[in-house]
Design a protein around this ligand. Structure first.
Ligand code: ZN
Length: 294
């Protein structure tokens, strides 16, 4: 009953597969599984760098695919460089050298020029994308993201390049100061960088995971930083995210109290975006304060 699983054919059943992050795993039902329809979500899709790997525990069939998109996502050669990572040489912070789409995208989420310069957010003409760097406390570059903003850009929303040995680079809203434990030692975990910046403006420390996957290293870092309460605030919009939230909650529970921000907490309707960046700092502050009081 050996049959190759074509990962491309699974896209239509689960579009999230296309957008998977490095090391992320998705569980789903195996459509037309040769061992029977009741597959109990036991088809595992794993993303390893440029590759997707599939294994169905119901029928024991495998599949693999290397994606062109995945190569771009990994930033070409960048991951080959050990201990060395550089921002695009043409990175510019001059508004006159930036396209209106870039300016408009940042403006849309209230990211003012002073904030852009604090976080070194700029534009690379060579990439044709907004550049979002990720630094550690010593201002060492761990990763950077290139965000799609131009209309004609057909690539994935984010292209991420990271240092090879940093599996799960984390963007910190307050990289230059030690955990301040503002508002009672609360840390908010978000998917994207802009959301973390907005949460910070709302009065809470925030880390962005650059996706919805979190390694155990991050849990260790949360424990080391001494945060007592962690709010997981992802874009609570699909099953894959729900699963990530569950896994994250279980891991973090061992080191801190965990709260998961949900659609219902935000008076959002089905289909509404609910990541922090779509809210104002005041709204974010209120939502987190309410969540912590539950
Ligand atoms: Zn199967």
């Amino acid at each position: 009953m050996s049959e190759y699983i074509k990962i491309k054919d699974l896209f239509e059943f689960n579009p999230d597969i296309k957008e998977m992050d490095d090391d992320e795993r998705i569980q789903m039902n195996h459509p037309n599984c040769p061992a029977g329809q009741d597959t109990k979500q036991r088809l595992f899709i794993t993303k390893k760098g440029a590759k997707w790997l599939a294994y169905c525990h119901n029928c024991t069939n495998h599949g693999g695919m290397t994606g062109e998109q995945a190569y771009i996502r990994r930033g070409g050669q960048s991951l080959q460089i050990e201990g060395e990572l550089h921002l695009p040489p043409d990175l510019t912070f001059e508004i006159t050298e930036q396209p209106v789409e870039h300016v408009a995208w940042l403006h849309q989420y209230g990211i003012k020029p002073s904030v852009q310069s604090y976080y070194d957010i700029g534009w690379s003409e060579a990439w044709g994308r907004t550049i979002l760097p990720v630094f550690d406390a010593e201002h060492k570059l761990l990763a950077y993201q290139r965000r799609r903003v131009l209309r004609g850009d057909q690539g994935p929303k984010y292209l991420t390049t990271r240092l090879e040995h940093i599996k799960n680079p984390v963007f910190r809203s307050s990289p230059k100061r030690n955990p301040t434990h503002r508002n009672g030692g609360v840390l908010v975990l978000t998917e994207d960088i802009l959301s973390s910046i907005r949460v910070d403006q709302g009065g809470f420390d925030a880390w962005s995971l650059l996706g919805t996957y979190m390694t155990n290293n991050v849990v260790d870092e949360i424990a080391q930083a001494g945060y007592e309460k962690v709010v997981i605030w992802l874009d609570d919009d699909n099953l894959a995210v729900r699963r990530s939230q569950k896994v994250m909650r279980r891991k973090i529970k061992q080191v801190a109290d965990v709260y998961v921000m949900r659609h219902g907490d935000l008076n959002a309707r089905y289909g509404d975006k609910t990541d922090p960046k779509v809210f104002t700092p005041d709204e974010i502050h209120t939502a987190i304060t309410r969540k912590l009081a539950q």
